[in-house]
Design a protein around this ligand. Structure first.
Ligand SMILES: Nc1nc2c(ncn2[C@@H]2O[C@H](COP(=O)(O)OP(=O)(O)O)[C@@H](O)[C@H]2O)c(=O)[nH]1
Ligand SMILES: [Mg+2]
Length: 246
């Protein structure tokens, strides 16, 4: 049986995990996949972890990694990936997914099937390939995303249209190639671009799959101006480094 661990970082997503976690398991198990959803929660004040514990008593396939405080989305993925590789050796894929409903579970299934059929090491849910896009995306969010992608492409040189997407299927064999180098990555949103760069440098085959990116269902975005500034500072540093080298 094909297997996947879906790592979901959460901070104040109680209303969302309640429906999303069972929906992912229903979708994948219904298509013959073995799946575990691993929620990495940073002791959310809204009790996200309690909701996850509650639904975990009702069905198998749900795991929770609780951390002492808000340590960042990047570091949540690093801890989640380590746990996924250590505890779930049967899984061929480790996935990244947001908790807020922007990433539809049906698309995750399509991305896994895409990886199975194409043999790609990484499949990214992409808003910027034909068939993908924003569903009711507010203009400022779309502009931030476009700008972030432009910076990502100039700094890393990786020819991926949606380098900032946090919706990804990664073959475990590919993740193992870079896992020892993840400690050097940053804890915030730039982690996604840094990880993509590492996977690219490790010779992974990276493909994109159309994603219809939905509005967040409940709660608030955690992407603030500080995060955007940190993101841009990393990209500019890499670009300047390139220019200095000539
Ligand atoms: N564990 C953890 N999860 C986080 C943190 N920051 C954001 N997230 C989660 O990362 C995912 C993406 O965040 P979101 O606020 O939707 O970002 P946006 O889509 O760019 O607005 C969501 O599931 C968040 O709950 C964090 O510091 N720690
Ligand atoms: Mg979101």
């Amino acid at each position: 049986m094909k297997g996947a661990v879906i790592v979901i970082p959460t901070y104040n997503e109680a209303e969302n995990v309640r429906w999303l976690v069972p929906a992912i398991l229903d979708s994948l198990e219904g298509a013959g996949w073995r799946a575990v959803v691993l929620v990495v929660d940073d002791s959310s004040p809204d009790g996200t972890a309690d909701v996850v514990r509650g639904i975990a008593t009702l069905r198998p396939g749900i795991d929770l990694l609780q951390r002492p405080g808000k340590l960042g989305i990047g570091s949540a993925y690093i801890d989640g990936f380590r746990r996924a590789l250590e505890e779930y050796g049967w899984a061929e894929y480790v996935c990244e997914m947001d908790a807020d409903g922007s990433h539809p579970p049906e698309t995750l299934l399509e991305m896994l099937e895409h990886a199975e059929h194409s043999g790609a090491d990484v499949v990214i849910g992409s808003r910027y390939v034909p068939g993908g896009g924003w569903v009711e995306g507010p203009i400022h969010r779309v502009l931030v995303s476009r700008g972030a992608n432009l910076l990502a492409r100039i700094s890393t040189g990786v020819e991926v249209r949606d380098a900032t997407s946090g919706f990804r299927v990664i073959r475990t064999s590919a993740l193992r190639r870079v896992i020892d180098r993840l400690n050097a990555l940053w804890s915030g949103y730039i982690f996604q671009v840094q990880l993509l760069y590492l996977l690219h440098e490790a010779g992974c085959r990276i493909e994109e799959h159309p994603l219809r990116f939905l509005p967040r269902r409940a709660g608030k975005s955690k992407l603030g101006t500080c995060e955007i500034a940190r993101y841009a500072s990393w990209c500019l540093r890499i670009i300047l480094g390139r220019i200095m080298k000539g």
